[in-house]
Design a protein around this ligand. Structure first.
Ligand code: BGC
Length: 705
């Protein structure tokens, strides 16, 4: 995907027009354009044909309609949408084209639903496996995140809709997210936590960016001189629109002076927002110059012109098309990660599966309506059970039992509005502890039932993992343990039926230590969107050859993650990123800590060889090439990954060395087919060695220049 190239003449004309139009506006009109006049909308100026700016949450789809001034769904029947796999799932495809196509669906549907800005994608790094919003984010790696997010943004914006890259910056935990402060070395911030934003804004060309709730270097991110003025506007020369997170502005003067353009919030006293009546007063009293407002308005008008909102040439959108569903399905197929497959357990045979037992609540439940602001009203959602039944047709008996309970049904009875509750509580806390006692008895009954029935079936498929009680905005997990005593169930089930196909869903890894040795097969299926169940069934029964790769380390426990064992996470008030550069897999490599499954890992039903590798300089760039051969007897895809070694100081006189991802390419090959691939590495000439492999642990060759 090439970086966005702007047409200079057009740009000049656009800014001139935007400035002229700004000059025609009264102060009241301008003020109306720079803050929320509804929960998801600003004020337009009808006398000059300036429309309001309409926003909606993403990234898995366009969120349902809310009342203008209350966090209550309108209850329309026409706001069902295509449900895309979550960003972590998209990242597991390691496929820029898939991300671009997914972005295109989101853009088309946003237009179809009459939106101008889609509040996605989230490009914060997965610093800890416990962050409640991990499922909305791509990866722990800045390069992988940036590449895929840039493609996603380009897809969204191809429909004259603005992507809004969020949350700028270091919004890596939910605990006390509204006011916690991140302490981080500036070099590390620039090396790890900012590049994905840079890629999404510069390479992807995102027209808008959302500031984060948290503080950095003593400033709230949405009014931060350092982040918005110095980095964004000065160093990156970003001329797009900066939107605040909802309720993330704290001060009129600071917001006006910073490069924030639009203040959005959560309350319905719109005139009382910091950049509403209080700002007008500050201007009238001479404390803030009107020029500051003019700049913001001009940028908003330029955005509207970029989106063709006022010239009658804007692209139309559409939603819930068959094509969109196909894109969701293809993305889901490529996102499924085969983590383990011993004794050739998978794929399952359709001929031998005459009686199939699906165990586990995630087999039979939907997820689209959870997770916080990423929730959507999916047109439909194929569950794993439905996918398996659909695939096996009438030729097999497929039965389902829950095996465990999350208490979902009980919760549904007394549902509360998530967003309101979270914001009232002050934004983020550590996961609520569930009432273990209340469910213990029921779980024992369900476990017994599973153990009684499992031996009676030809095939047993367990589908468990997390749900949006854990993967949820506004709270972090307390640890990586599988909830609802699934460990106990898996341990006993696998002792009885080691051939059970184990499938887990979730946006972040879980502890597997208690049962992983007993499982022959393990599939990770994320939140796979409306066709997630179809894709999963196709992988389980071999109609699709899995090609997903982990975009993050699957630690054995969260204490193996450097954010926890070296740095701080989930603390209230202030959190220090003491791990420095050694975040994620960089720490595991440097300290020789074994994860359960490493970054980049993912198996296939076929095998691949990498041959004839070479690395060469091309000017200031380095290109790595090799031939990939499908050496098995099924068509499939391999992702070649290029890592470069880096050094982070010394320990006991020995250099601390680790690998960093600098390039990747996914190739599809029929049996026996070969393809020559050339990968240009990110950044300049590497100082260290270059490694080529199919995961961080499967390095097949090394070079030095
Ligand atoms: C979230 C944003 C979201 C906004 C609007 C905030 O609480 O942090 O990601 O876009 O709400 O729903």
């Amino acid at each position: 995907m090439e970086p966005m190239v702007k047409d200079r003449d057009n740009e000049k004309e656009l800014w001139q027009k935007a400035e002229e139009l700004t000059g025609k506006l009264t102060l009241d009109e301008k003020i109306g354009m720079i803050h929320g006049a509804r929960l998801f909308q600003t004020q337009g100026v009808s006398r000059l044909g300036i429309p309001p700016l309409k926003m909606s949450d993403g990234p898995m789809g366009v969120r349902q309609e809310f009342l203008p001034d209350q966090w209550k769904a309108v209850g329309n029947t026409d706001d069902y949408v295509t449900y895309l796999p979550c960003c972590s799932a998209l990242a597991a495809t390691w496929n820029r084209t898939v991300c671009y196509e997914a972005g295109k669906v989101l853009g088309a549907e946003a237009r179809g639903r009459g939106k101008d800005v889609i509040l996605a994608p989230g490009v914060n790094l997965k610093r800890s496996p416990l962050c409640g919003r991990n499922f909305e984010y791509f990866s722990e790696d800045p390069y992988l995140t940036g590449e895929l997010a840039a493609a996603f943004v380009q897809g969204v914006q191809s429909f004259d809709v603005a992507a809004c890259v969020k949350h700028f910056a270091v919004n890596n935990q939910e605990t006390e997210r509204l006011w916690m402060e991140v302490k981080i070395d500036e070099a590390v911030l620039r090396e790890l936590y900012l590049p994905a934003f840079y890629a999404a804004l510069k390479k992807g060309g995102a027209y808008t960016v959302m500031g984060a709730y948290n503080k950095l270097y003593g400033e709230h991110c949405c009014q931060s001189e350092f982040l918005l003025k110095q980095i964004l506007r000065t160093e990156w020369e970003y001329d797009g629109v900066v939107i605040s997170d909802w309720g993330a502005v704290h001060d009129t003067q600071a917001a006006a002076d910073s490069q924030l353009d639009i203040e959005m919030s959560v309350t319905s006293d719109f005139d009382a927002y910091f950049m509403a009546a209080p700002l007008k007063k500050a201007i009238e009293e001479g404390r803030v110059k009107e020029e500051a407002v003019n700049e913001k308005v001009t940028r908003i008008l330029a955005l509207m012109m970029r989106l063709h909102m006022m010239d009658g040439t804007r692209k139309r959108g559409c939603y819930n098309t068959e094509g969109h569903r196909q894109t969701a399905l293809q993305a889901a197929r490529e996102s499924v990660v085969l983590l383990k497959n011993e004794k050739g357990r998978l794929p399952l045979s359709r001929e031998e599966g005459k009686k199939v037992l699906v165990i586990g609540e995630n087999g039979n439940r939907t997820h689209s309506d959870g997770g916080g602001s990423g929730e959507i009203k999916a047109l439909y959602e194929i569950t794993p059970l439905m996918g398996i039944k659909k695939l096996l047709g009438g030729n097999a008996q497929v039965d389902y039992i829950p095996g465990y309970t999350s208490g979902q049904k009980e919760k549904e009875a007394g549902q509360v509005n998530w967003q309101q509750a979270s914001l009232e509580q002050g934004g983020g806390h550590t996961q609520r502890q569930e009432d273990k006692e209340a469910f213990a008895k029921e779980r024992t009954r369900l476990l017994r039932q599973a153990l009684e029935l499992a031996p009676l079936y030809d095939q047993v498929i367990f589908v468990g993992g997390l749900n949006h009680d854990q993967d949820c905005e506004g709270s972090d997990r307390a640890d990586m343990k599988l909830p609802y005593e699934q460990d106990r169930l898996l341990l006993e089930l696998l002792s009885l039926r080691p051939d059970t196909a184990v499938v887990l869903l979730g946006g972040s890894p879980v502890e597997m230590g208690r049962w992983i040795d007993r499982a022959d097969s393990l599939v990770w299926a994320w939140y796979g969107g409306m066709e997630g169940g179809t894709a999963l069934a196709e992988v389980l029964y071999g109609l699709v050859n899995p090609s997903g790769k982990l975009p993050e380390s699957f630690y054995k426990t969260h204490m193996d993650c450097s954010a926890h064992c070296l740095g701080e996470f989930g603390k209230k008030g202030q959190v220090e990123y003491r791990e420095g550069r050694l975040a994620g897999y960089r720490y595991l490599e440097a300290w020789g800590v074994e994860p359960e499954f490493c970054f980049g890992h993912g198996l296939s039903y076929t095998t691949f060889s990498l041959e004839g590798g070479a690395a060469c300089k091309r000017g200031e760039k380095v290109c790595v090439s090799c031939i990939v051969r499908n050496t098995g007897n099924r068509g499939g895809a391999e992702t070649v990954q290029v890592y470069v070694s880096s050094q982070a100081g010394e320990r006991g006189g020995i250099p601390v060395v680790f690998w960093e991802l600098k390039g990747f390419e996914k190739v599809f090959l029929e049996p026996g087919e070969t393809k020559n691939i050339v990968i240009e590495l990110e950044g300049g000439l590497p100082e260290g060695r270059i490694a080529l492999g199919t995961s961080l642990k499967e390095i097949r060759m090394e070079f030095s220049l």
